[in-house]
Design a protein around this ligand. Structure first.
Ligand code: HEM
Length: 217
């Protein structure tokens, strides 16, 4: 009896996955240590304690992430940046299917490329808010003395709101990862051909033969 096999498609390189998971770890560390610094009942152990130290340490790899991505994967970093900010007619059509897509229905979805319209929105918003959260954090760290009470309050508000935006984005990102069973792309670097055909048919058509591997079921 012939053993069944399936075709997998290479989606992310190990170095791309490494950058992503460093990003996730540092983001979560910054989020929870930031909440401890922000919420008054937790302030007694936050200021001068572990959360403040964690926040200051985790910010270093977080800020260096884009540089690390460019150094390790220059071609993929350029593609990611350009594709995330390029919305096509199919993408606009895709957004009209968004309510059904939200509930796991993909019937009639306009064909998508390497990243779908929802991912483009997530990645583009993440990049922009990353810049805002990093710039405002930088000002809070080094410019506190010159800001005055109003300037300080506004900068802190911008910092907290952009972090809130990033958190909302992450919740949506997590939701779609699990609804569409996409985690393997960031764990093993591969997705099934079936998944790629459903989510990214235009990308699948353009792939070279060496992007596919056959695996026994
Ligand atoms: C536990 C939390 C997370 C999980 C499980 C997760 C999962 C994933 C998965 C499965 C992909 C690949 C989707 C695809 O096939 O294209 C992905 C891509 C991506 N994620 Fe996450 N993610 C998490 C947190 C985050 C956070 C916190 C951010 C940013 C603040 C983020 C930013 C990105 C970006 C920019 C990409 C595209 C990467 C690239 O094209 O190189 N993720 N994530």
């Amino acid at each position: 009896m012939a053993s069944e096999s399936m075709r997998l498609v290479r989606r992310y390189l190990p170095t791309q996955r490494l950058v992503h998971w460093i990003g996730v770890a540092t983001f979560v560390a910054l989020l929870f240590s930031g909440i401890a610094l922000l919420v008054p009942p937790l302030a007694f152990f936050a200021y001068g304690g572990a959360p403040r130290l964690i926040h200051r340490i985790a910010v270093v790899p977080f800020i260096l992430l884009p540089i690390l991505y460019v150094v390790l994967n220059p071609k993929q970093a350029k593609e990611l940046l350009i594709e995330s900010f390029t919305f096509t007619r199919d993408d606009i059509e895709w957004f009209k299917h968004m309510p059904a897509y939200f509930f796991g229905r993909t019937k009639g979805l306009p064909p998508q490329g390497r990243i779908n319209a929802g991912q483009k929105l997530h990645h583009a918003t993440t990049f922009l808010m990353f810049i805002v959260v990093a710039a405002s954090g930088f000002v809070l760290l080094f410019g506190k003395g010159q800001l005055g009470p109003d300037g300080l309050a506004i900068t802190a508000m911008v910092h907290d709101l952009s972090m809130l935006g990033l958190t909302v984005m992450m919740i949506g990102h997590l939701y779609f990862t699990f609804v569409y069973d996409a985690l393997s792309s960031m764990l093993t670097g591969f997705v099934t051909e079936e998944y790629a055909r459903m989510e990214h048919p235009k990308w699948l058509e353009e792939l070279p033969p060496n992007a596919f591997v056959v695996k026994k079921k």
